[in-house]
Write a protein that binds this ligand. Structure first.
Ligand SMILES: Cc1ncc(COP(=O)(O)O)c(C=O)c1O
Length: 421
């Protein structure tokens, strides 16, 4: 592989390459801890479930303030297990967002049910509760909101629809560990929540891994059974489940990383605030729309996704790529337009807000170890792509409307919340 060379674009020195994510930089800060945790597992030779997984489950339950946590093999499996445990299958409909990673809807189909896609809120890009209410039919069994990019969906409004229609809510919290909605963490905002430990998540393992959380002990019991072929006691199968166990090696790595999650999340939030300042200083807010942070929300920025106005997204995307500055499009084709769902009958134009988001959204580097200089380069690159002046004007610019990050709920606040509930 050739090393990308810095290039000059605006007479202000070279535009250095910036990675979209740098997992090596993060690993370097914890490599000794990880190595000793992994070595311990090798010395014990217990690779499937076991104490490491049990301990991780209890630590994640604690982190999310949930009663139960159940490890499994991936976020995708967590979604499938949640649907199975709620007896959702053939003939049932699950209302969800088309603006998500494929697994959200793929799992519904794998469970035998039908995904019903409804449009998103134009600002937050999360599921629009009014659209959900309008899509409920006698066949609807559940709502599956995604806490997109690290910000919780509008759960109060979704619960109103769910309660009114006797529906379950399954949280797709795969991108949102540590996110909060009105002071409560993702993981306790539905009947059951699904997390992913894919390496690029805020809490990422050394491979695939997933977790479910719930406050319902009976549901937890069923999930534990379903992840091991529906086995009740050895070789006694109550139902047909999956092989979806979490590896002890993954759990050991994740337990080390969980101890750093808060500091990494705060670093992501700092980076988001820094982008807001940089875009304002460069006078780019007429073209770049910053992510909307809802009130009473703690956004954990698994992704920092801006919207680019005036059809200029691809110009910026191509320019940044050409200059080896990391950027991604999440997601270029909404799920309702994927070929495998064509039999559901959606057409271009069916869900216009999701389709617009696919055309104008742009994810920028936000990983915890990103430096101020790298962020400066990203924003300079965008200015150069737009043919904007190289230098910052020097004029005092008002800080953009970028709501504060919301409360970080510590144990004390969580305890009070529980007592008052
Ligand atoms: C919103 C969402 N749902 C589900 C998943 C699936 O998780 P996994 O890749 O661990 O199967 C992901 C992860 O990429 C995701 O971002």
């Amino acid at each position: 592989m050739t090393t990308p060379q810095p290039t000059r674009v605006d007479g202000m020195g070279p535009l250095e390459p910036v990675p979209f994510i740098d997992l090596v930089a993060q690993h370097q800060t914890i490599s000794e801890e990880v190595t000793s945790a992994v070595t311990k597992v090798f010395s014990e030779q217990r690779f499937i479930l076991g104490d490491e997984v049990l301990n991780l489950e209890s630590e994640i339950a604690n982190y999310c303030d949930a009663r139960e946590a159940i490890g499994c093999a991936s976020g995708t499996d967590a979604l499938l297990l949640a649907l199975m445990a709620l007896d959702i299958g053939k003939g049932d409909e699950v209302i969800t967002t088309p603006y998500s990673f494929f697994a959200t809807a793929g799992s519904i189909v794998r469970a035998g049910a039908t995904p019903v896609f409804v449009d998103i809120d134009a600002k937050t890009m999360n599921l629009d509760p009014e659209a959900v209410a309008a899509a409920v039919t006698p066949r609807t069994k559940a709502i599956l909101p995604v806490h997109l990019f690290g910000q919780c969906a509008d759960m109060d409004a979704l619960w109103r629809v769910a309660t009114h229609n006797n529906l379950s809510i399954i949280e797709d919290a795969c991108q949102a560990i540590g996110a909060e909605y009105q002071g409560r963490r993702a993981g306790v905002l539905g009947r059951v929540a699904c997390f992913s430990f894919f390496p690029t998540k805020n809490l990422g393992g050394a491979g695939d891994g997933g977790m479910l959380t719930t406050d319902e002990p009976e549901l937890a019991k069923r999930l534990r059974r379903l992840r091991v072929h529906g086995e009740m006691t050895q070789y006694h199968h109550m139902e047909v489940g999956l092989n979806s166990r979490l590896d002890a090696l993954q759990a050991a790595v994740l337990r080390v990383k969980l101890q750093h999650l808060e500091e990494w999340t705060i670093a992501r939030q700092r980076n988001a605030a820094r982008y807001a300042d940089l875009f304002a200083e460069r006078g780019l807010l007429d073209v770049i729309e910053l992510p909307t942070i809802s009130e009473h929300s703690r956004h954990v920025f698994n992704q920092f996704v801006v919207r680019v106005r005036d059809g200029l997204r691809d110009r910026i995307l191509n320019f940044l790529r050409e200059h080896k500055i990391g950027c991604m499009v999440y997601y270029p084709k909404p799920l309702h337009l994927q070929p495998c769902f064509s039999d559901l009958g959606y057409q271009p134009g069916s869900l216009p807000k999701s389709e617009t988001a696919a055309e104008d959204s742009l994810a920028l580097p936000i990983f915890s170890e990103l430096t101020a200089a790298q962020q400066e380069t990203v924003v300079r690159g965008i200015a150069a792509a737009l043919g904007r002046p190289a230098k910052v004007s020097g004029a005092v610019v008002p800080r953009p409307k970028f709501l504060p990050f919301g409360p970080r709920v510590g144990d004390e606040a969580q305890r009070k919340h529980r007592e008052s509930a």
